[in-house]
Write a protein that binds this ligand. Structure first.
Ligand code: FAD
Ligand code: NAD
Length: 466
């Protein structure tokens, strides 16, 4: 039987990064994956393929709606070849997952294909083409998550689908009904809206992206409405039924009246659930919490002291970079180091057009905590850079402590916000004040000038360009 210092179950951005860091630190490491390729949800059916389709659909949208304004004329009709678009996405996925194979080899990590199941706290049985057993001193559970569903919905994966199927449709829906106006619903809803589908978003809460700062939600709602999305907030879905090629969604609106939506596809994007099926966690003494997540302490250690858990399968935001940070943290803990993660500084991004990005506290959270703060906001449309590229929607908002001026949260919506949020993370990591950002030179013309201006507005209420 092969014996390891560390065995990692699951090869998503949590698991494969944990394995690399363990190997870098000199531990003999194995990784176990049940899916055909490495990389987990993120690389195979999550972050990477969704961004590939968002980019392709963005190009199409630009070509149809904006090229002419730029003085670019394309004779003839501009058409979508969905099959080719999906194939390109798959090429991107294959290249990316292939990169993980390379990294495993480079770091001399043994890869086992098959479902990993605990026999006890130090032994894992792997069931793949054949059955193998390995032994490990330490084990990291990184088994991720799966789409959740509502109890009354029967997902047929043809017309009533999850994100996984939405990434490989064979036709452009005529009318896609999206249940859940969170990250997946908006990102994938936008892909198909751009390609010509009518898209109705049915959201239970009173606003889309309800966990983000309300200002971001309001602005994105405005932009989506302009793009002719139908957005139905405060709607409680109660049934989803398929009749031939038609899908009928019934919901109760705010007044308690029953409303009906008819489409040809229904994307169910109401969140994801931790995945521990087949893991046989109890055989190792690993406890789950009441929401099915692996219970961990602040060191990500489970109820079995040699077993750790990271990523989507534990509490916290279900984000790839959060999973990876946790993977690094556990590896370094095992090596006797003292790593730390500041969960307040894990940025959140929605890759819609315009992009939405945030780090730190929202205004709602600061109010609830009774923290006195100042807010400075700057609209993208006031930037020369935005006008040059016609990306005028959105704003940057900087929230700073009223007394100390320390930045407490940065919320932005606009072109390239996903990349720009890194400046806010760095600033907050070093506990910068709004004034610190306000007095730093930001290259002109760039979208980042909006961060400087919002910081100027927050610190002394003196933005320069409005
Ligand atoms: P996963 O990536 O889920 O990996 C877990 C792996 O474990 C899987 O490969 C699974 O097959 C394997 N596994 C499970 N059980 C076993 C077992 N018993 N034995 C062997 N293998 C097992 N996050 C972002 O930060 N940015 C984004 O842009 C983004 N976009 C997304 C888009 C979509 C459509 C979706 C669905 C998710 C997106 N996410 C995004 C979320 C992101 O994918 C997850 O947060 C991330 O993948 C979690 O990583 P993980 O390593 O915890 O688990
Ligand atoms: P989510 O939690 O972002 O959104 C789910 C939405 O569904 C919420 O707005 C919720 O209020 C709504 N909802 C729940 N029950 C409902 C009901 N009965 N009727 C109508 N609406 C209902 O979840 P998601 O969009 O499915 O994404 C899952 C996870 O994947 C998220 O945690 C997210 O972090 C991650 N993800 C991240 C990215 C990214 O980082 N860009 C992209 C995609 C997914």
């Amino acid at each position: 039987m092969n014996s390891y210092d560390v065995a990692v179950i699951g090869s998503g951005p949590g698991g494969y990064v944990a394995a690399i860091r363990c190997a870098q630190l000199g531990m003999k490491t194995a990784i176990i994956e049940k899916y055909a390729t490495l990389g987990g949800t993120c690389l195979n059916v999550g972050c990477i393929p969704s961004k590939a389709l968002l980019d392709s659909s963005h190009h199409y949208d630009d070509a149809v709606k904006h090229f002419e304004e730029h003085g670019i004329e394309i004779p003839g009709e501009i058409k979508v070849n969905l099959e080719k678009m999906i194939a390109r996405k798959q090429t991107v996925v294959d290249q990316t997952t292939g990169g993980i194979d390379f990294l495993m080899k480079k770091n001399k990590i043994d890869v086992y294909e098959g479902l990993g199941s605990f026999k006890d706290a130090t032994h894992i049985v792997i069931t793949g083409k054949e059955t193998t057993e390995i032994e490990a001193k330490h084990i990291i559970i990184a088994t991720g998550s799966k789409p959740s569903n509502l109890p009354f919905i029967s997902l047929d994966k043809e017309r009533i689908i999850t994100s996984t199927e939405a990434l490989k449709l064979k036709e452009i829906p005529k009318h896609m009904i999206v249940i859940g106006g969170g990250v997946i619903g908006l990102e994938l809803g936008q892909v198909y809206r751009r390609l010509g589908s009518e898209v109705t978003i049915v959201e239970y809460m009173d606003r889309i992206i309800p966990t983000m700062d309300a200002g971001l939600s309001k602005e994105l709602n405005k932009v989506f409405k302009k793009a002719k999305f139908k957005i139905q907030t405060s709607h409680k879905v109660k049934s989803v039924e398929r009749k031939g090629d038609e899908v009928i969604v019934k919901a109760d609106n705010k007044k308690g009246e029953e409303v009906e939506f008819k489409g040809d596809y229904c994307l169910v994007s109401v969140g994801r659930r931790p995945y521990t099926d087949g893991l046989n966690a109890e055989a190792a003494g690993v406890k789950l919490d009441d929401r099915g997540r692996v219970e961990v302490n602040n060191h990500l250690q489970t109820s079995a002291s040699n077993i750790y858990a990271i990523g989507d399968v534990v509490k916290g935001a279900m984000l790839a970079h959060k999973a990876s940070e946790e993977g690094v943290m556990v590896a370094e803990l095992l090596a006797g180091q003292k790593p730390h993660i500041d969960y307040n500084l894990i940025p959140g991004v929605v890759y819609t057009g315009p992009e939405v990005a945030a780090v730190g506290k929202t205004e709602e959270e600061l109010k609830e905590a009774g923290i006195e703060y100042k807010a400075g906001q700057f609209p993208m449309r006031a930037l020369g850079r935005s006008r040059a590229s016609m990306d005028i929607d959105g704003f940057v908002k900087v929230l700073a402590d009223k007394n100390t001026d320390e930045i407490l949260g940065v919320h932005m919506i606009g072109a390239r916000a996903a990349d720009m949020i890194a400046e806010a993370v760095v600033a907050m990591e070093y506990r910068a004040s709004a004034e610190d950002i306000a007095i730093m030179s930001h290259a002109h013309p760039t979208f980042t000038e909006a961060i400087k201006e919002a910081a100027l507005a927050a610190t002394e209420d003196r933005p320069l360009h409005i």
